[in-house]
Ligand binder design. Structure first.
Ligand SMILES: CC(C)(COP(=O)(O)OP(=O)(O)OC[C@H]1O[C@@H](n2cnc3c(N)ncnc32)[C@H](O)[C@@H]1OP(=O)(O)O)[C@@H](O)C(=O)NCCC(=O)NCCS
Length: 331
């Protein structure tokens, strides 16, 4: 069985910035409230005519280049997103076409904010089973297209962007302590499906004049319930990762959590006694970008030197479904 590792990363953010000041002019909110309740100062938003695949293509090109590979080397493309360009066909095929990744099969994965963690685990499994040699995994979102900018409870939270990683077989001769995806843990629970939902537009409630009038094509959140779920789940994931792998929290060099809300992350830190300097945060600049949040943060940490070869890093995420999980990676 081939072990798998991340051979390159990339990210791509749209240029347009939506600040808390901009939101103050759209809904009844304030910069001070948003910063105090979430830690978010600004987020990126796609331009008119731009779509999720445009962001995914930019991030993918950078990841493939960083891996020292070409698009033809990719055997599969997994695009985690809840905001595909179209429902049919999959958003991943637009990325495949633009990259010229003609040897890849391509598909979308919907696990909301846990999407990139799911995709990384599945991509690693595809390498291990020798289904393909290199897998491009992407988290990309244009959440601004499904955010209700009349709902102050949710519109302050989200941003757009994309991050990508190439997963490759560990070269021969690399010892057990070398770069590899060490462990993945994935879970979901459909009994909480109504906590984060877009009610209409699917086969249960197809688009109609009524669903449009009822604003049912936008994301709806039960913020307080999600807050409780997220703080509990983040702390539990840290415990499970440590226990399953026979390590201590002190062995983790970096934890990259889903960039959901500073207060959620801070509360989980307090519960688990993880020092704050071990956590990578960029939510102040990008907000919650769902499936894109973890890979954007990874790529930033790699490029600014915070994540270095040999580091033990834990990616942790949770989101709609509910879904949750982690990847433990020796970088
Ligand atoms: C949404 C969230 C930031 C709200 O923070 P909170 O501290 O729980 O705030 P509350 O919901 O208790 O709201 C407190 C008050 O602020 C108000 N409020 C909500 N949004 C506001 C805003 N943008 N500006 C000003 N006031 C706001 C509420 O109406 C409420 O007023 P009330 O007490 O008069 O009813 C927080 O719950 C959260 O981050 N939840 C998880 C988000 C999520 O679902 N993320 C996606 C999943 S990955």
């Amino acid at each position: 069985m081939n072990e798998a590792y991340i051979s390159g990363t990339g990210s791509w953010l749209p240029e347009r910035i939506l600040t808390n000041g901009d939101l103050e002019r759209m809904v009844d909110t304030s910069d001070a409230w948003i910063i105090q309740r979430t830690g978010i100062k600004e987020r990126r938003i796609v331009a008119e005519g731009q779509a999720t695949s445009d962001l995914a293509i930019g991030a993918s090109r950078r990841a493939i280049e960083a891996a020292g590979l070409t698009p033809e080397d990719m055997g599969a493309i997994i695009l985690a997103t809840i905001t595909p360009d179209t429902y049919v066909p999959a958003c991943a095929v637009y990325v495949q076409e633009a990259l010229g990744a003609k040897n890849a099969f391509a598909f979308d994965l919907n696990a909301a904010c846990t999407g990139f963690v799911y995709a990384t685990a599945i991509g690693a499994g595809m390498i291990k089973s020798a289904l393909c040699r290199h897998v491009l995994v992407i988290g990309a979102e244009s959440l601004s297209r499904i955010v209700d900018y009349t709902d102050r409870n949710s519109c302050i939270l989200f941003g757009d962007g994309a991050g990508a990683a190439v997963i490759s077989p560990v070269p021969e001769g690399v010892g057990a302590q070398g770069s590899r995806i060490v462990d993945s843990y994935l879970r979901s629970n459909g009994s909480d499906a109504d906590l984060i939902q877009m009610p209409a537009g699917g086969s249960r409630k197809p688009a109609s004049a009524e669903t449009l009038a009822a604003r049912e094509h936008f994301l709806r959140l039960k913020g307080k319930e999600v807050f409780r779920f997220a703080t509990k789940t983040l702390a539990e994931l840290l415990d499970i990762a440590v226990e399953r792998n026979g390590i201590g929290l002190q062995d983790l060099d970096l934890v990259i959590p889903h960039q959901v809300n500073y207060r959620i992350i801070e509360s989980a830190l307090r519960r688990s006694n993880l020092p704050e300097e071990k956590i990578y945060l960029n939510l102040d600049r990008f907000g919650n970008t769902s499936a894109a949040s973890v890979p954007i943060a990874i790529d930033e940490a790699v490029r600014n030197g915070r994540l270095r070869k040999g580091n033990l890093v834990l990616l942790v995420a949770f989101g709609a479904g509910m879904t949750w999980g982690y990847n433990l990676i020796r970088w």
